[in-house]
Design a protein around this ligand. Sequence first.
Ligand code: URA
Length: 261
Amino acid sequence: MDAAQFEKSLASVLSWWDEAGVETPALAPAKPKKRAPIKRENLQSAKPAAPRAAPDAPPPTDDAFAKAAADIAAKCKTLADLKAAVESFNAGGLSDAARGAVFSRGNSAADVMIIGEAPGAPEDAAGKPFIGPSGQLLDRIFASIGLGEDSLYMTNVVNWRPPNNRKPNESEIALCLPIIKRHIALAKPKLIVLVGGVSMAALTGQKGITKTRGSWETLEIEGAAIPALITYHPAYLLRQPHLKRDVWRDMLSLKARIAQL
Ligand code: URA
């Protein structure tokens, strides 16, 4: 990291601490990162894996897409296999409405895996999770405890941007659930952070994040028991900045847990 990058990171972390209620010296906030969008023509893939209807057959059901997703996920032996399979998967209306799949960002060998909800427009354009405004806040939150892209592995429960940027519905989550479970099993994180109610509900079955935020749950994934911290989604914090204090407490809890690894 050069001096300019260091200064930018420092300013960013200090501003997050400031907003979380921790006393800091005043520094100018860093400018948001810019990433070149991926051209649509480069993302157009054959999408062969999903249920293909014969010309006169009825369209595949949600269950058929979910079964196809479970089948391809189960066959993948490495993260590279899974990424390729997801990128070429036909997830019906979900993948038809998106530019392409959004798989992951960061270091796949990191101890900590962050799981969000679904890509938004900036993530869909760039093919990487958490790069829009909420992702930039997420980066600052984790940088405040010394975790950058090298120490984190980021993904979402849903791999495609839901049409019109809406929340993913139950059948879209059900379709993607075998993929995220296999993703976790192959990445083998030591700790997971579930950001937001959608990823919490999908992976723990719990509802009501205001009650569960800050708690550690255990995810049983393919025989492994992985501790998972529940915290608010950064997009929620952008709307409710006073809750940054709670997330700061969650970060301290995560830092303490990492120290015990
Ligand atoms: N929100 C998410 O949950 N994930 C992203 O990748 C971007 C925004």
